[in-house]
Ligand binder design. Sequence first.
Ligand code: TEU
Length: 525
Amino acid sequence: MSFKDSDGDGVGDLNGIKSRIDHFSDLQIGSIWITPFFESPEDDIGYDISNYTNINPKFGKMKDFEELSEEAAKRGIKIIIDLVINHSSDEHIWFKKSVDRIKPYDEFYMWQDPKGYDSNGRPIPPNNWMSLFGDSAWQWNDKRKQFYYHAFSKKQADLNLRNEMLKKEIKNIIKFWVHKGVSGFRLDAAGQYMEDALLRDEPLLNPSIKKKEYDWRDFNHIYTLNLPETYELIHELRLVLDEMNEKKGGAERIMISEVFGNLTMQRKFYGSEKYPVTHFPFHFIIGSDYCTARKLHERITEWLENIPEHGVANWISESHDTNRVGGRFVREYLHIENFLMMMLPGVACFYYGLEIGMVNSPVRPDQIQDKHSDPLSFRGRDVARTPMQWDDSMNAGFTTARKSWLPVHPNYWSENVESQKKFGNSYYNIFKDLLRLRKTKTCKNGKFNSYMMSRWIYAFTRVLKGYETYVVVMNLGTETEIVNLAGEIPHLGDSLKVVVASDNAGYKKSQLLAAKLALPLVARW
Ligand code: TEU
């Protein structure tokens, strides 16, 4: 955990979050998502849970969570936690009992006999399925004399989510945390929940490319990703939550699915009004490529137009699995993503540090904590997991320990919450201004219109009759361009006035706006 350390061991914790809860009130943030803080041997920073209802002592005690939950509730802030049920740690008691074939745990995991034995007497895995973290997804267990399946590391054994007894356990975990004050769940790796019952081999994406060794990316995951049964399972879990909501007089608790894929697939994670699945899937807005205005326009409108009527859009730009946006391209992309997420219709999920423009941090090989760099990102995941930068004291005010669990970014002496609060056009203050705009009626209910002003200049408006109207303009390119907003956008009033800009240029001209390098701004009329 990288938000705030309260006990001086160099690792962030629940009391740390509680001590800085006013940071969220200050920004008027409605909910916070906390990554796993449960009992775990930490093979994958806690995404390998050995007890779902115990707290890892490193992060605090149950009492600390209850207090955090109370303090958050007092401020109207909801807490969302990770529900990591695709797999458990191999150190979970369920797994140990499963190895020993103790009922009902014997069928809690994905056990399979070997396909056969090689000439050296070694067991051969049942099929060609690969783990996201490298190598075969099948791990031999010598005691049970069978393989178990693991989509991620071999210490993250996939749970057999078709097992009714296990589903009961999971439903109880949901209820347990709701009773502790949790208002939402992020369904970790939801796409991986189900696997083909016939264990069919997955086809190569490109069979003509011959390799000595293939990895996860080489395959078309038709038998291990986003199987239709996934939605059925989530729907079942959703009903548990909805029922608890009803009991509490329509309290709103949510489920978010962490899934990746095309629109058709992501749409399914919404379900329908009659058959709800999650409230929304995470939707990464730009991703890892440069965007022209056309591409951005297409992505945004396609997404907004295809969301089922009962659903809400979602935008996210970074997480603990991705690189920081600011480190992916030029740093100004940070502003672009923040402006988009704040002003587009839908729910925006911000990764900590975005409010002060945190960028990828240099992490020396001897400082690396992540044992399983995401193969989909080329630089490992630690670069985006470094401590929050609070002030210019030692370790950026994150911890009183001499050494924090991951190094603090060296730029912390200037880039930190305290100093940015004082400096007018800082990331922090711009972020706050945008959040204020986001709360307006126009941003909540206004109509959305999208415009490609040129190859690189993208604009959109939010319009609500009887209220202030906003136009957001951004330059995705690297050259200064002059754009004629009035010529392109119908009904643009004469009194156009810039309300938030990512630089200090002091725009005055009402209709001609000079959009500089990656400059996003919001104007109203
Ligand atoms: O990540 C899940 C994850 O990496 C997959 O969803 C994957 O990116 C996708 O299927 C590719 O199509 C979550 C956590 O965020 C991550 O930190 C964990 O390492 C992982 O689950 C295992 O729990």
